[in-house]
Write a protein that binds this ligand. Sequence first.
Ligand code: GNR
Ligand code: NI
Length: 175
Amino acid sequence: MAILPIIWAPDPILKTRCKPVEVIDDAVRRLVDDMFHTMYAAPGVGLAAPQVGVATRVVVVDVAAKDAKPEPIALINPEIVWRSDETQVYEEGCLSLPELYADVERPARVKVRYLDREGATRQIEGEGLLAVCLQHEIDHIDGVLFVDRISALKRNIILKKMVKAKKLRSREHAA
Ligand code: GNR
Ligand code: NI
């Protein structure tokens, strides 16, 4: 298992609509394992394949409390099949926008249909952080970041900070 490097915005792969997985083979299962490893190491509560440079519809989530038993969920080709009319506002972060946060309003509950790592069709209903995380990750495989769901003013402030942070990092790596 490997910890994969996480891609920071702005980057074209984070704006890509990712391709569905056609066959769940060992390579897909290895990607899932590496994504869990990468997510737990970060640490994060979710991760989407484009964040590690792979433009396919694979996401992992685990919103269990730190001291509780892990609850890893791998979702292949996930699809939101129901959204509540009721919404919730949650302060979101993203491993591709490190240390930047903003309030985002989304449906409070969603039902998601997906394939598990054995290829079985499953459905999950989420509320609270799980609902936020499922929608945040499915956005990623559609090329959408949480900053695309806030005002243009706030988005531009965050993206400018990211450009600065990336410049600093590349300078550090050059040194
Ligand atoms: O680790 C993460 N935390 C988080 C907090 C609030 C809303 C969404 C998230 S997802 C994020 C990890 C990530 O970037 N997943 O794509
Ligand atoms: Ni994210």
